[in-house]
Ligand binder design. Structure first.
Ligand code: ADP
Length: 321
């Protein structure tokens, strides 16, 4: 990517959107002052429950919805002051699998490049079709493309003008596992080539696997925005599963009622202890287990994942609001 890259691929400040009410429907504040910076080179996850404002935000970035107030800079270009350059700096892969049925993949790519003023000699149509595994479908009827192929063609279209920033809105919804893996491999490759990626996904595991930074939006506000590792490290709780030499049938009394510890016997007769790291230590718990007469055969620990953190954050925000 060029050496004159800004620090932030997206620089969004105090962004607000109010949809006007219609008929009986009241006006809706979909974005209530969103400030968000997406560092250049990241794979950035934008997460939030339904109705949080993700699509509104993406549609503003794509130039499909007008903001009510605030500022948006894409690749350093202010959307109001420099609409042409800011638009040229971003590609958006929409959620809906909508393609014009009258154009072949090659034609669709060429038209898209033309819309962005890419000169004929600089178009990447065949390169992109090949990279997306669509070379042999270049002249096929759009109707004959499978859902996965359509998805890939939409990615190709979004890349036709070589934008440094790519937004993928729920790119793997309804996509089978194999294709999902292929899509992610391609997205990683794009990122390695210098494209900053922003993605929304319902699959928190996917965000956990793919993203290096994650923002969570709820009721039109950003409630978290940090490196994935920090977000995952936020959770104080950890689970240790202890397999005893002999399967347990009941919880040893010494283990119930410990502060900051939830103990339970699993279906397989193992002991699962979920504890707060600030209140209990693994060593102390293991001592307690031994002194309650359990012969420890195996110990495994697990951290809570993004799913748990996401739900905790959303719920505590909802309670506070
Ligand atoms: P998400 O993509 O996170 O599900 P949206 O941005 O679609 O959230 O919606 C945010 C809020 O704005 C929701 O309450 C939704 O009902 C409302 N909303 C979205 N689009 C419109 C619209 N065109 N007119 C009125 N309200 C809208």
């Amino acid at each position: 990517m060029s050496t004159d890259a800004p620090d932030l691929a997206l620089d969004i400040r105090d962004l607000r959107k109010t949809y006007a009410g219609r008929g009986d429907a009241p006006a809706k504040d979909a974005l209530k002052g969103v400030t968000l910076g997406v560092p250049v080179g990241s794979i950035f996850g934008l997460l939030g429950p339904n109705g949080a404002g993700k699509s509104t935000l993406i549609n503003i970035l794509a130039g499909l919805v007008n903001k009510s107030s605030g500022s948006v800079r894409i690749w350093g270009f202010d959307q109001d002051a420099n609409p042409r350059m800011s638009r040229a700096s971003i590609g958006v892969v929409p959620q809906e699998l909508h393609l014009d049925p009258f154009f072949t993949p090659r034609e669709a790519m060429e038209i898209q490049a033309g819309l962005y003023g890419v000169a004929a000699g600089e178009r990447r149509t065949d390169e992109l079709l090949a990279a997306l595994g669509l070379a042999d479908k270049a002249t096929a009827h759009a109707r004959s493309l499978s859902g996965g192929m359509k998805r890939r063609l939409l990615i190709g279209k979004a890349l036709a003008h070589s934008p440094p920033v790519l937004i993928l809105d729920e790119p793997t919804a309804g996509v089978d596992i194999e294709l999902r893996q292929q899509l992610w491999a391609y997205v990683r490759q794009l990122n390695e080539q210098g494209v900053t990626i922003i993605l929304t996904t319902h699959y928190l595991e996917e965000a956990e696997e793919m993203c290096d930074r994650i923002a969570i939006i709820n009721h039109g506000e950003v409630i978290a925005n940090e490196p994935k590792a920090d977000l995952l490290g936020r959770l104080d709780r950890k689970t240790v599963t202890i397999t005893p030499a002999e399967a347990l049938t009941a919880l040893p009394p010494a283990l119930s009622g410990q502060e900051g510890v939830e103990a339970e016997v699993t279906r397989h007769g193992a002991l699962a202890l979920t504890y707060s790291r600030s209140k209990a230590s693994l060593g102390g718990l293991l001592d307690l287990v031994r002194t309650s007469g359990i012969d420890i055969q195996d110990v495994t620990t697990s951290e809570a994942g993004l799913e748990k953190i996401f739900l905790d954050l959303i719920h505590s925000d909802d309670d506070a609001g």
